[in-house]
Each structure stands twice: as C-alpha cells, then as structure tokens.
Design a protein around this ligand. Structure first.
Ligand SMILES: Cc1ncc(COP(=O)(O)O)c(C=O)c1O
Length: 406
C-alpha cells in the first residue's frame, strides 16, 4: 500500500521510528499498526485480521465502519462539522433531550472526553458547596478508582501511580475503600461537596460496587447535602446492558450527576454531564464552557447511535451473559483464573499470574484485549458482538491458558 501523504509510512518499524522521533513518549504502544476495521474486526498493515474485544477501550460501540454511522458522518460532514457554542445547531438540544429521557436526570452539558466531563462535574460540586458554605469543598472518591488524567480528575483518582508525579493536586479529597460502609460514613461531613463513584470500576480491574454501598452513598449525600456523581465513562451508555450502570440494580439509586463519554458518538470525541435541577443550578451563565463540545457532527452521530442502541440492549445482556458463562467455564479448568467479574459487555478475568504476556500472545493469535491492574484481562467488545465471536475469543484464550504450566 502506498500513501499520497508526505511522511506517512507503511511499515510498522518506520511508523514507530517517526513517532519515537517526534511524539511525546508517554505511551507504551503494542507493536501493531492498524489500518482499517469492519464490524468486530480490525486489520493491520499486512492485512492480518484481529478480533477486536477492546473496541478502542470501550469506544467503538458499533464496531468499525457501521453503515448507519458512516452515512451520518458523511451527510453531516458535508453540511456542518463545527460551529462553536456561540450558535445554535439542530442536534444538541435533541441529544440532550434523549439523554435526559434515558437517564432520569434533567439537563445535559457536552464535553469531548471523559476527563473533561469529570472536570465539569467537579466544578459543579465545588460551586454547589460554595453556595452553602466556604468550607464545603471536600470530595470523596474511592480507592482504586480512575477518573481521568487532567488535574481535577487526577485529584479524585484513587491510585497513587497516576497521581504522585503531579502532586500537589486539588485539596480536600478523601479516599475510601470500595464497599466499606463504615469508612464511607466516617468520610462524610457537612464539608462534603460531592462523592464520585464508578458503579463498575474499570481501569481499577472491573470491580462492580455493592448495591448497598451505592445506596449508602445516596443516603449520606442527602444527609450532608452533597452531590452524588456517577462516573459512567467506561461502565455506561449501554455497555452494562442498561443505558447506565446505576440502572442495573433495583431499586435504582439515582445520582445527582452522571458523566460519560467513550461510546456515545462511536469514535467521534464526545463526552457529557447529566445533572438534576439541583446540581445544574450550581452552574450559572459563563461559569463553564468548551469550544468543541457538543458540535453538530458529534451530536448527530450520537443521536443515530442512541437510536440503534435501543434495539441492541437485549443482545448486550444476552451475549454478555453468554460470554460471562464461557469465561467461568475457563475459570473452572484453570486454577490460575481467580475470578470473572463484570456485567453486560464489560468483563474482567482476574488471574493469579501476570496478564501482560496473555495480551501479547492473544494479539499474535489475532485477538485484541488488554490487561489492567497487572493481572486482570479486560474485555470491552463492541455492542454488536455475537456468540460466534465470543466462541472465537474463548477458543484463543483456551489455547493460551492451556500452555501455562501450573
Ligand atoms: C471511569 C473513567 N472516567 C474517566 C476516564 C477518562 O476518560 P478520557 O480518557 O476520555 O478522558 C476514563 C477512561 O478510561 C474512565 O474509565
């Protein structure tokens, strides 16, 4: 394959070399350069096919080159890609309306990424706190959590390895172990402005929170007039088999604020904050904004995606359940598989051995997955995945697990 663009290389070595020379060396990339995708598969420079069970870390919800998403992008790109938030366009309001209907919350703000949505939610909590008292600025977050890489989001990320190089971060953050009711209660006071939870911790190793812990966080937030913020960046927008992860357990515990991003515009950057009227009242005209967030292209693609999502939710539940059961079968065969966790199409397999080599070996076998927290194999396949593709993934994992000497 030759490229018409100057400086665009066609071999993995040349691509890696030019990046090494010019790109900030913050990523440790796998030795793989991707060229195109179709459905649940992606293809490298040589045309080798890979089953994509990571979907760009939970982004490519409809897989690759979905015909309705392509058509929408083509149509809207020819009309208007961006116009800034100085002007109205036709799609932001309807998208907000759709998200409000799905979430049970009242108002939306559009950002570009998960971390940017978290930043906005933190500002909401701070502003809400200040409206009550100057001392009400403390935030509670969970140990092992991940909320993003910007300074505010890092401040509430409960993993020292992400935070320590950038300290001091924003003050007044208390970390509590997940599912520890006594520690949660002890962390709250009238100085608490908000608490952030991932209903299923993603980066931290696919750990679902106990329903009673989330319910307790709601009760304590009400008692101390704090905002309960659900970070649904990884676990939301259909992936758990419901629109949002907080809707999985009954009775539903409503957050005051929900943030999300990843899958909502199928690869076009778009994040959002949803807030009830109480939380939304904390952001007054001029207090928050963004140049790119909620542009016509991203919003129209998101509207198209959400229309398709409705029909996919039962399949996410069904195929996710099948995948979970098949992973449990593997766990019964191999003693180094400690636990299978997750819901819907957000699943993790915790091993008692390091996971990185499995990721590399899976790639060689034509399967893309990743490993988080050193020993948790993470699976975030596209929502269009079928039982047949799950079987293919299990076959490859089985082959790799069988090679391990125990
Ligand atoms: C729960 C959670 N919050 C926030 C983020 C940050 O999102 P982004 O990388 O889009 O900034 C992530 C990213 O993985 C996440 O999993």
């Amino acid at each position: 394959m030759t490229s018409a663009l100057p400086g665009v290389e066609n071999s993995l070595q040349a691509i890696a070399d030019i990046e090494r020379q010019y790109v900030l060396q913050n990523y440790a990339r796998y030795p793989l350069a991707l060229v195109r995708g179709k459905g649940c598969y992606v293809y490298d420079l040589e045309g080798k096919r890979y089953l994509d069970f990571l979907s760009g870390i939970g982004v490519n919800a409809l897989g690759h080159a979905h015909p309705r998403i392509l058509k929408t992008i083509r149509q809207q790109a020819a009309l208007l890609i961006h116009c800034s938030n100085l002007y109205y366009h036709q799609y932001q309001g309807p998208l907000a309306g759709r998200l409000v209907e799905m979430s049970g919350l009242a108002r939306a703000f559009f950002a570009n990424t998960g971390t940017e949505a978290v930043e906005g939610a933190l500002k909401m909590a701070h502003s809400h706190g200040r409206s009550v008292s100057p001392d009400k600025y403390e935030l509670i977050a969970l140990e092992n959590s991940f909320h993003g890489r910007t300074m505010g989001a890092l401040s509430v990320t409960g993993q020292a390895k992400y935070r320590e190089d950038f300290e001091p971060l924003i003050p007044g953050v208390k970390f509590v172990p997940a599912n520890n009711l006594a520690a949660l209660e002890a962390a709250f006071s009238d100085c608490t402005a908000g608490i952030l939870l991932e209903i299923i911790q993603g980066e931290g190793g696919i750990y679902p929170l106990a329903h009673e812990f989330v319910a307790k966080a709601r009760e304590l937030s009400d008692r101390h007039n704090a905002l309960l913020i659900a970070d649904e960046t990884q676990c939301g927008v259909g992936r758990p088999g419901t629109y949002f992860a907080y809707q999985r357990a009954t009775p539903v515990v409503m957050p005051d604020v929900a943030v999300a991003a990843k899958p909502v515009a199928c690869g076009i950057p778009l994040g959002f904050i949803l807030a009830n009227e109480k939380a939304a009242a904390a952001i007054k005209p001029g207090m928050h904004g963004t140049t790119f967030g909620g542009g016509p292209l991203a919003c129209r693609v998101a509207l198209e995606f959400l229309e398709i999502l409705d029909g996919l939710l039962p399949a996410i539940e069904r195929v996710g359940g099948y995948f979970h059961a098949r992973l449990n079968e593997l766990a019964r065969h191999y003693p180094f598989v400690k636990e299978v966790r997750g819901f819907g199409l957000m699943l993790g397999v915790e091993l008692t051995v390091p996971g990185k080599q499995f990721v590399m070996d899976a790639m060689a076998e034509g399967l893309l997955i990743n490993c988080t927290h050193e020993a948790v194999l993470r699976f975030l396949p596209p929502y269009i995945v079928t039982e047949k593709e799950v079987d293919q993934c299990i076959r490859i994992l089985g082959k790799l697990f069988a090679k391990v000497e125990t």
